[in-house]
Design a protein. Structure first.
Length: 189
């Protein structure tokens, strides 16, 4: 958080400075307006199944934070794509995994748990007939299976508690488990 002067004593665990985490938590508790974040991604169709996605900024506590990332998505050849990049479902699964990995690492750091290894495998099945409008079946996955593999300096009970905390506090777990209100608009021209 660039707007806050932090004065913590450094203690690095899992790649995070625990003192800074604690100071940021205090600032966000004292001033909830600083905790509000808005993420933005702009996507444009390129050709066929290829799309280009740009991340230029996000908003944190009312201030714009510059970013500069672009990436592409495509579909496998079996879905008439060029197989030049991951497809949207793979990005969705990767976004879920990445958010959970971050949440595991930061929550473990605060709890004094040092992670030696951490990996998540996510899989889901969908029926292409739904996506193509060929049958009255769901267009997407009805469930996802996530296998979390962790090795750390903690008891099984501590790791189970960490696991439950991650499931409660990971934003992308929340996005997928709870119904998000989608507000699409169509702009012509």
């Amino acid at each position: 958080m660039t707007q806050v002067a932090l004065k913590s004593v450094s203690s690095i665990t899992n790649g995070f400075d625990v003192g800074v985490i604690q100071e940021v938590a205090q600032v966000l508790t004292e001033d909830p307006a600083k905790a509000l974040v808005e993420f933005r991604v702009r996507s444009g169709w390129v050709d066929g199944a290829v799309a280009e996605h740009r991340v230029e900024s996000f908003e944190l506590g009312g201030a714009s934070m510059p970013r500069n990332f672009s990436f592409r998505s495509d579909e496998p050849r079996e879905f008439l794509g060029g197989d030049s990049a991951p497809n949207p479902q793979e990005y969705l699964f990767a976004a879920l995994n990445a958010c959970m990995l971050y949440t595991y690492a930061i929550k473990a750091a605060v709890a004094g748990i040092v992670i030696e290894r951490l990996a998540i495998d996510t899989r889901g099945k969908l029926d292409l007939r739904g996506a193509m409008g060929l049958a009255p079946v769901p267009a997407g996955c009805e469930s996802l299976a996530c296998a979390v593999r962790i090795k750390a300096n903690a008891t099984p009970e501590q790791l189970e508690a960490l696991h439950q905390e991650v499931l409660k506090s990971s934003p992308n777990v929340y996005h997928l488990v709870k119904a998000i209100q989608l507000a699409p608009t169509l702009v012509l021209g």
